[in-house]
Design a protein around this ligand. Structure first.
Ligand SMILES: Nc1ncnc2c1ncn2[C@@H]1O[C@H](COP(=O)(O)OP(=O)(O)OP(=O)(O)O)[C@@H](O)[C@H]1O
Length: 239
């Protein structure tokens, strides 16, 4: 399902005055497409991802999922509706993996499925499939501490995709990995996004990670840089 934002501005009030973390950012990501958001520290990447995922709200502008009759304006929903939409339709991959140390890989992947109310048999099967997709079929019983960083992030990716979301959001998913592992994890994200037809937005500092993108959006001081479109077309599209 298509994910888009239109003319999004986010202003934070701080004791030192107002900070405009995003200024008039527009983008659209199609199903099966990987958009990488890059830019220096403080450019607004995390702020943009939080707004796209409905964790935060724009000060002005809108975020929409889907098109036509299926169109939902995420930024117009209340807190509960946004939380429900996140649980059902958005998968999130964290920089620090976000796994629960005392649970096995399988149990970690099952968490969102349990929250979504899936039956134990179904979620066991679904989690197993997701772990197989990320190449961890032989590691389902291991706990995060018994897995390498790259394997832990694969569990994080399996968990994000196990619920078959429409949208995948990842904030610096390779930030804690060495460059070779990071490249493999980005290849995996790219391949899964294409095969699952998920609209994906990945924020990263890593220029190599950006090579896996279908399109790149560069942010500087909260502004999308013109002419940063990469293979596949325009990074910034207006509806
Ligand atoms: N809750 C907040 N309150 C006040 N200012 C904030 C808040 N969140 C972010 N900012 C400010 O907004 C700007 C953008 O921050 P953001 O975290 O989105 O950048 P980033 O590109 O993700 O940086 P990094 O690569 O270091 O994670 C920064 O100037 C930051 O200080």
């Amino acid at each position: 399902m298509r994910l888009a934002c239109d003319d999004v501005t986010r202003v934070f009030a701080t004791p030192a005055g107002e900070v405009a973390a995003l200024r008039g950012v527009s983008l659209a990501v199609e199903p099966g497409e990987l958009l990488v958001v890059r830019g220096p520290s403080g450019a607004g990447k995390t702020t943009l991802l939080n707004i796209l995922a409905g964790i935060d709200l724009p000060t002005s502008g809108s975020v929409t999922m889907g098109q036509g009759e299926d169109r939902t304006v995420i930024s117009a929903l209340g807190d509960d509706a946004r939380a429900a939409l996140r649980a059902q339709r958005i998968g999130y991959v964290f920089q620090a993996f976000g796994l629960i140390p005392v649970l096995s890989a399988q149990e970690n992947v099952e968490i969102p499925l349990r929250l979504a109310g899936m039956s134990p048999t179904q979620r066991r099967e679904r989690a197993r499939q997701a772990l197989e997709q990320v190449g961890l079929a032989d590691h389902v019983r291991q706990r995060p501490g018994e897995l390498s960083g790259g394997q832990q992030q694969r569990v994080g990716i399996a968990r994000a995709l196990a619920g078959r979301p429409d949208v995948l959001i990842a904030d610096e998913p390779t930030g804690q990995l060495d460059s070779e592992t990071a490249a493999r994890v980005m290849d995996l994200i790219h391949d899964l996004v294409a095969s699952a037809s998920v609209a994906a937005v990945v924020a990263t500092h890593d220029p190599e990670a950006a090579e896996r993108a279908d399109r790149v959006l560069t942010l500087r001081a909260g502004t999308a840089q013109p002419g940063t479109a990469q293979p596949g077309g325009e990074a910034v599209r207006r509806e």
